[in-house]
Design a protein around this ligand. Structure first.
Ligand SMILES: C[S@@+](CC[C@H](N)C(=O)[O-])C[C@H]1O[C@@H](n2cnc3c(N)ncnc32)[C@H](O)[C@@H]1O
Length: 428
């Protein structure tokens, strides 16, 4: 009788119709598969039950959070191998459940997983996003879930720059702090910030953009966030920098900003929270908050468009464990919505590869401070973050998702956009 690792490998290969490019270690201590590759460790057969119960990323993620599966060796190599095998194949669908051998393999897998517990009580299913879902109260709760993990935890992961969005890598060998500074500076140049102008930073996080723009470009800034912890941190930092006369941080929803018009608006890593049903309203609100000729820089993660857009559903793992209610749209629909709201879209810069580099640095920071990260959050939460960030790095690297800076102008009726004939000012 072959041991569990060998049986599992054989079954997985039969079901996937391809060779497993990873080594496997099972709960009985047995190992099987190629040497010199990362090892997928299945510590408990409960992991199989979870995966069979909930096929797709969520079952896998739950087993990961519970510590029932793990990876030894290079996490990125393992994730790349798994996604190459499951999500990125052009020869799918593989073996069909109509085939007798496939059905037999599934039955054998169920046997191997052991007795199933009674089904869990019905839980709220992840719904398609509707306009009603992104209410101000719900958005505030979702933001709290994500950002009020504690500033100390974010400091460990993000490092001293405390910027939680894609950095800009002039060279991949730069430090994360330099790359984040370069990103903030790039945004300031795109927005043509000059002393005395007024900037609204929507989704200001821990205040990094506000501080950079006020200190380096002499602008007055209002930064808004839904997270109290972020606001407290940002205000302290602003006081330490001696910039309280130039920066105001508010705990405020973008839908409640009433003190326009502004000369410029930055929205960096915030619009992912808006939701497609509310996106046009968001674009209209920002448009109304700008002076004629004012610029918006919208820096946002995008997904690839689908042949059938109605088939889009939120990633269950991200929704359940990381980013409740976060939602991605293709860059084309962002541009269309901004134009519909009245903006003239002048520049779209894709910086997809930059996010893979950024995420790898965050993962490295987390790994280097692992015991402290676990103490500040919990073993499950720290594991979720490691997996989420490493998997996201892979997704950016492999073009499953992207990130774009969209520069849009509230061009006046005269057509005078105020932009240079060539974008030398920021492209160098
Ligand atoms: C990923 S963080 C980005 C923070 C910052 N821009 C940076 O690059 O570090 C997203 C920010 O958007 C804010 N946010 C999300 N929804 C918001 C809303 N409805 N109104 C105002 N801010 C919001 C969050 O509170 C958080 O500060």
């Amino acid at each position: 009788m072959p041991d569990a690792a060998q049986r599992l490998t054989t079954l997985a290969e039969q079901l996937l119709g391809a060779e497993l490019p990873l080594r496997l270690r099972a709960w009985d201590g047995s190992e099987y598969g190629p040497p010199n590759t990362p090892t997928l460790v299945i510590r408990h057969r409960r992991a199989l039950r979870r995966i069979l119960f909930r096929p797709g990323e969520l079952g896998l993620a739950r087993a990961w959070v519970a510590g029932e599966i793990d990876v030894e060796g290079d996490l990125y190599e393992a994730l790349g191998a798994i996604s190459g095998l499951v999500w990125e194949r052009d020869d799918l669908p593989g073996p069909s459940l109509r085939d007798a051998p496939t059905r037999a393999a599934v039955r054998e897998l169920v046997r191997l997983a052991g007795p199933f517990p009674p089904p869990p009580p019905p839980r709220e299913e992840v719904r398609r996003r509707t306009g009603a879902l992104h209410t101000k109260i719900r958005d505030r709760r979702a933001i709290s879930h994500h950002y009020d993990v504690g500033n100390d935890f974010y400091e460990l992961v993000l490092g001293p720059s405390m910027v939680y969005s894609c950095a800009y890598w002039e060279s991949p060998d730069n430090t994360l702090e330099q790359a984040q500074r370069d990103k903030l500076e790039l945004v300031c140049r795109k927005l043509d910030l000059t002393p005395g102008r007024r900037l609204l930073d929507v989704g200001c996080g821990w205040g990094s953009m506000a501080v950079h723009a006020a200190r380096e470009h002499g602008v007055r800034v209002v930064g808004i966030t839904l997270s109290r912890e972020q606001a407290t941190y940002a205000r302290k930092r602003i006081a330490e920098e001696g910039l309280t006369d130039r920066i105001e941080i508010r705990v405020q929803d973008y839908r409640d900003v009433r003190d326009g018009p502004y000369d410029a608006i930055s929205s960096i890593g915030m619009a992912e929270h808006v939701g497609s049903a509310r996106y046009l309203e968001y674009a209209r609100d920002l448009h109304a908050l700008l002076k004629p000729g004012g610029r918006l820089l919208n820096h946002q993660i995008a997904r690839r468009p689908l042949a059938d857009e109605s088939a889009y559903s939120i990633d269950e793992f991200i929704d359940a464990y990381v980013f409740p209610d976060g939602e991605l749209s293709p860059v084309g629909s962002t541009v269309t919505q901004l134009e519909t709201a009245g903006f003239e879209v002048r520049d779209v810069e894709s910086i997809r590869e930059h996010y893979a580099l950024t995420l790898c640095r965050w993962v490295a920071n987390l790994e280097a401070n692992w015991p402290q990260a676990v103490r500040l959050s919990s073993p499950g939460r720290a594991r979720v973050w490691r997996l989420y960030m490493a998997a996201s790095a892979m997704a950016f690297r492999r073009n499953r998702i992207g990130v774009n800076q969209v520069l849009a102008v509230r061009t006046p009726v005269s057509g005078a956009s105020g932009l240079p004939l060539r974008a030398r000012t920021w492209k160098g």
